[in-house]
Write a protein that binds this ligand. Structure first.
Ligand code: FPP
Length: 258
């Protein structure tokens, strides 16, 4: 494995789609919830690695707005694990200097979870280490729609000139306002989808898909993904070194027949 370089090429923000808990459990003839329980160990290890390596931001997809469609017993288990994680791990996470933020709708979650979220955000607000964000009851399209609603309201009330709406202004109305856009998106379990995750924010994000199922993912695998990222050339729509010459007069270009 190539070593991670702790220099300016460290991604500032890593986002992860933690997928494959159900398959991990099925392979072991266990109920799906067992995969989620094992998934929490992976969360714990990855958060430790992220603080150890000095990452600026880590965003984990813990529960999508579509996950409510799952059987009630599975949703209940996920809510229970979220409660347990906040109760058991928050002291360590905050002690490691992380600033915790939860992005998503807060209207559907139980009030006790809502107050745990608020406590974690309040208790870590003064930290300046890892920006640790959990996407919880989160959907990217709804996040963009909410920002559009807010801007439209401001325009309607005469507080905003529609012509002044820029990508930066839209970004500032998203849940992730103030965070750098993700440099690296990791998806476990081999699926090639973005699943309504950070749709606006991942415009130029490098994607790393691994077949490893989330419960088997550890800090070392985060470092492997970062090392892979460090070997990539990002072009942001431009052209990179060694990508060929540009002919000043394209009419002189003759292509070989066939
Ligand atoms: C996707 O696997 C995973 C989830 C829907 C939930 C992620 C939750 C955890 C990792 C545990 C709880 C998290 C915290 C932060 C306490 P899947 O169930 O869709 O897997 P499958 O595609 O194999 O069925």
């Amino acid at each position: 494995m190539a070593a991670v370089q702790r220099n300016e090429s460290l991604p500032r923000h890593v986002a992860i789609i933690m997928d494959g808990n159900g398959r991990w459990a099925r392979k072991r003839h266990l109920p799906r919830q067992a995969g989620h329980v094992a998934g929490v160990n992976a969360v714990r290890d990855v958060v430790r690695a992220a603080t150890d390596v000095g990452l600026e931001a880590l965003t984990l997809y813990a529960f999508s707005s579509e996950n409510w469609k799952r059987p009630a017993i599975e949703v209940g288990a996920l809510m229970g694990l979220f409660r347990l994680y906040f109760r058991k791990d928050m002291d360590e996470v905050i002690g490691r200097g992380a600033k915790v933020r939860i992005i998503g709708s807060r209207t559907r979650v139980d009030p006790d979870i809502r107050s745990m979220i608020e406590d974690a955000e309040r208790n870590s607000a003064g930290n300046n280490g890892l920006n640790l964000t959990f996407a919880f009851d989160y959907g990217g399209q709804e996040e963009i729609a909410a920002a559009a609603r807010e801007l439209a309201r401001a325009a309607k009330e005469g507080r905003l000139d529609p012509e002044s709406i820029t990508p930066e202004l839209v970004s500032s109305r998203l849940f992730t306002a103030g965070l750098p856009e993700p440099d690296l998106l990791i998806r476990t379990s081999g699926e090639m989808r973005v699943s309504n995750y950070l749709l606006w924010q991942i415009a130029y994000t490098e994607i790393f898909v691994t077949d490893r199922l989330w419960p088997d993912f550890r800090g070392i695998h985060l470092l492997e993904a970062i090392a892979d990222f460090q070997r990539r050339e990002r072009r942001f729509g431009g052209i990179g070194e060694g990508c060929g010459e540009v002919e000043e007069d394209p009419t002189r270009i003759k292509l070989a027949a066939g």
